[in-house]
Design a protein around this ligand. Sequence first.
Ligand code: NAP
Length: 262
Amino acid sequence: MEAHGKTGRIEKLGAMELQDQVVFITGGAGGLGQAMCRKFAAEGARLVIGYRTSADAAERLAYELPGSGHSAKEAVVEDSTGLAALSVEIEAEYGRLDILINNAGITRFVPHGDLDSLDDDLIDDIFRTNWRGAFACVRACRSLLDAGDGGLIINISSIAGVTAMGSNIAYCASKAAMNSMTMSLARALAPRIRVVSLSPGLAETDFVSGLDQAWWDEQSERTPLQRLARPEDVAGAALAIATNLKFSNGCIIPLDGGRPLT
Ligand SMILES: NC(=O)c1ccc[n+]([C@@H]2O[C@H](COP(=O)([O-])OP(=O)(O)OC[C@H]3O[C@@H](n4cnc5c(N)ncnc54)[C@H](OP(=O)(O)O)[C@@H]3O)[C@@H](O)[C@H]2O)c1
């Protein structure tokens, strides 16, 4: 069956895996965030698209997504008070929260041998956003996730958290710490809430800037599958965690084309 959605597009009707479920994603208007929003919305979920600076892009995305009930919300992950208020807002507006995707993250390229350029401010910024911010979102959303039929937290980590190869040493450490948090929370929040790290390799987004094309090409060639991750790869894997991998908990799922093998 088909029907016209609010965008005028023809949308498929029928049993969708995540019909009416509510998914809150931080950094939802970013490169990987947008792809995940599209993938989950296509399965019937209602997306709460968290943004920090990309309000316009988040609003636009909320309008464009298939289905209905999507919204763009300010969600600055270092603002724990704001996150607590947002959780109350989600409960009032939607009455439920099924999935939290901790996707917001920052980095900057600093060669690992250049210790002086990895200054204290950058280290603090990275940990405040990538680790503390993700934890703060869990803390704010825990009771809502706990109240449903089985909550899920997907932490968007990185293979850098396991290989210690990545944009800078602090970034790698922040993702290793996120993986540790995944395991701690999976134990602490079970059996009502599952927690899984999804760890992409280098992906085709604007996340890491300032590197020339030759560097990107080399990374692609060094990957056994001869390409970098696409946002759709990450979105498909996140959806699989929500729908097919229902007995996976506290684990770190790599999505890297085999890059650590070379
Ligand atoms: N791209 C890669 O190669 C790669 C590989 C492995 C893992 N990852 C991880 O994937 C995630 C998404 O990255 P991406 O590639 O999609 O990069 P991106 O396009 O730069 O998106 C990053 C998002 O994080 C949000 N953000 C940053 N600081 C925030 C804060 N303090 N509060 C709330 N939101 C904040 C940004 O929101 P605004 O735009 O609203 O400011 C942006 O939407 C990150 O956690 C990253 O570590 C990326």
